[in-house]
Design a protein around this ligand. Structure first.
Ligand code: SAM
Length: 248
């Protein structure tokens, strides 16, 4: 079945070339307080896309990735040939193993759309954490900071690739909705296609309580890695076992 990102997968890295993946991973490492280059800790990057964070995360962790889009995973595998990637839906997955750290970055969590599916996704991710393990979620916008009826554009101008990507942002109930119109020109021809996106606008308190319900002690950093905020949830110990930590 065609996925939302199927058509743009081969242009993804160019469309997001201005994103500072190296700097984001450095900030993440320092927020988590992980020793550099130890590689003893395991990390699962959920909604990993083309594996751009993984390329840098794998210097510090033993990393695996998961995404719902086969075409993006194909690029991720080319970039990180020694890394294990899983095709899966973050709303419900079972890899049969647990990790020290799970990340879900660049607002991918918004694609779950509803609070019920957010609960399910966070439960799935938390169930893949070891005791004391950390779940790091970089959120999408909230209703307060999403500005509907605004128009946006991005242009790529290379000798053999021209892209104009234009969209108007809307809101429907508590979901942000936008169609990314792509006009893509290469020496082979020019095509137009539309990518439809719908992402849930969850309040900070909602996300924190969903993570707490999943057994995590949560800290929220309003700046995070890119200014979009960051939730770090630490999996608590079992009731009859010593607590692995309180997340503070
Ligand atoms: C904005 S991209 C971010 C990709 C990558 N984390 C990055 O920072 O470049 C959003 C990603 O979420 C993935 N995605 C959307 N819904 C998903 C789902 N239900 N389960 C797993 N991945 C999903 C998309 O395929 C895409 O790779």
């Amino acid at each position: 079945m065609e996925n939302m990102y199927s058509k743009t997968a081969r242009y993804y890295d160019k469309l997001y070339a201005s994103k500072d993946y190296v700097g984001e991973v450095q900030r993440l490492i320092s927020l988590l307080g992980v020793e550099s280059d130890q590689k003893q800790l395991t990390l699962l990057d959920v909604a990993c896309g083309t594996g751009l964070h993984i390329e840098h995360l794998r210097r510090h962790f033993h990393v695996e990735g998961l995404d719902i889009c086969p075409e993006l995973l194909e690029v991720a595998r080319e970039r990180n040939p020694d890394t294990l990637f899983h095709l899966g839906d973050m709303i419900e997955f079972n890899l049969g193993k647990q990790f020290d750290v799970i990340t879900c970055l660049f607002s991918s969590i918004g694609y779950v759309k509803t609070l019920d599916k957010l609960r399910s996704a966070v439960r799935s991710m938390a169930a893949h954490l070891k005791q004391g393990g950390m779940l790091v979620i970089e959120p999408w916008f909230t209703s307060e900071n999403w500005h509907p009826n605004t128009v946006h554009a991005l242009y790529i101008d290379e000798p053999e690739l021209k892209i104009a990507r234009i969209n108007t942002s809307f809101v429907k109930d508590r979901v942000s909705v936008f169609d990314l119109h792509h006009l893509v020109g290469t020496p082979e021809g020019t095509e137009h296609f539309v990518e439809h996106h719908e992402l849930g606008l969850f309040a900070v308190e909602e996300t924190i309580s969903v993570m707490e319900e999943a057994g995590l002690a949560v800290k929220y950093d309003p700046d995070g890695l890119t200014g979009r905020g960051l939730y770090i949830g630490k999996r608590k110990g079992l009731p009859n076992k010593p607590d692995a930590g309180d997340g503070k």
